[in-house]
Design a protein around this ligand. Structure first.
Ligand code: PBG
Length: 327
């Protein structure tokens, strides 16, 4: 057999396979999403997300410590307020739950990088991500509220803000308000291509943020669309986003690829609650090996072109990196 090319030559030993790896991941690329609930002494497990909890601002430190011990130093914070109203005023209240959490984390763990998720759906009585006019979510009157929310988070210590509301023009509105208040150095991570996805189900249970009527299809993207993701990302770039994001991750690897090739900005992918729940459930049923699946799916996201992964499995992935299972 005069074969000139034998790809198997480079697969002979673990060391060699590692040497020729095309995808390399570091722990600094992992962001851990955490739910913070108004109250004291809270640590409640989220039923559809076994192993994930709601913490109150005073217990959140335990979660931060665990993350830090694993080598995960970046958090994305979501809030569950005690009361909701029509406008979602808890989102920008200086004593709002995420603002309390930010102050607590920055006081006790100043080196931990805190990203505030900017959206109204966890704070509105109707569960939509913006202000309602009739049954419609009104874009332009929502923008100042999102900007106020981002500002309140940054004033409480957020190192970065990440608007997930999918209103048009939100990056610009937030950028202007941050700049006008002396925060021109704070980066914005846009949820650039956020699809109207069924994979958010467990999150909405966790955050109590399911819309009271209708769905989010008038602002989140239709999953039939690929080129539209480029349009959304281009608008984010124009409006001054510093990092782009595709969300969810696993069912959208093609979109991650496209956006990573089209833009120079760092690209994050959000492996969402349903992706976590799916792996957990399959593992609990004994159908699949949880650890192996977590490794394979995470690597696929980086291989597709993301540089940053937001995942509920951040701590476990950090351990797998330490153990050399992936790298
Ligand atoms: C808020 C928001 C959602 C998620 C992140 N930010 C829910 C939604 O849009 O309904 C989902 C995250 C996840 O499923 O893990 N708008």
């Amino acid at each position: 057999m005069g074969l000139l090319y034998r790809p198997r030559r480079l697969r002979g030993t673990p060391l060699l396979r590692e040497m020729v790896r095309e995808t390399r991941i570091g722990k600094s690329a992992l962001i851990y999403p955490v739910f913070v609930k108004e109250g004291h002494g809270v640590k409640e497990e989220i039923p559809s997300m076994p192993g994930q909890y709601r913490y109150s601002p005073d217990t959140l430190g335990f979660a931060v410590e665990e993350a830090q011990q694993a080598g995960v130093n970046s958090l994305l914070l979501f809030g569950l307020p005690a009361c909701k109203d029509e406008t979602g005023s808890g989102a920008w209240d200086e004593k709002g739950v995420v603002q309390q959490a930010l102050r607590a984390v920055k006081r006790d763990f100043p080196q931990v990088y805190c990203i505030g998720d900017v959206c109204l759906c966890e704070y509105t009585s109707h569960g939509h991500c913006g202000l309602l006019k009739g049954e419609q979510v009104d874009n332009d009157s929502t923008l100042p509220l999102l900007a106020k929310t981002a500002l309140a988070q940054v004033q409480a210590g957020a190192d970065m803000v990440a608007p997930s509301d999918m209103m048009d023009g939100h990056i610009r509105a937030i950028r202007e308000v941050l700049d006008g208040n002396g925060f021109s150095h704070i980066p914005i991570m846009g949820y650039s291509a956020k699809y109207a996805s069924h994979f958010y189900g467990p999150f909405r249970e966790a955050a109590g943020s399911a819309p009271a009527f209708g769905d989010r299809k008038s602002y989140q993207m239709d999953y039939h669309n690929r080129r539209e993701a480029i349009k959304e990302a281009a608008l984010d770039v124009e409006e001054g986003a510093d990092i782009l994001m595709v969300k969810p991750a696993l069912a959208y690897l093609d979109v991650i690829r496209d956006v990573s090739q089209a833009f120079d900005l760092p690209l994050a992918a959000y492996s969402v609650s349903g992706e976590y729940a799916m792996i957990k459930a399959a593992a609990a049923a004994g159908y699949l090996d949880e650890e192996a699946l977590v490794c394979e799916t995470a690597v696929s996201v980086f291989r597709a072109g993301a540089q940053i992964l937001i995942t509920y499995y951040a701590k476990e992935l950090a351990r797998f990196l330490d153990e050399g299972r992936i790298g």
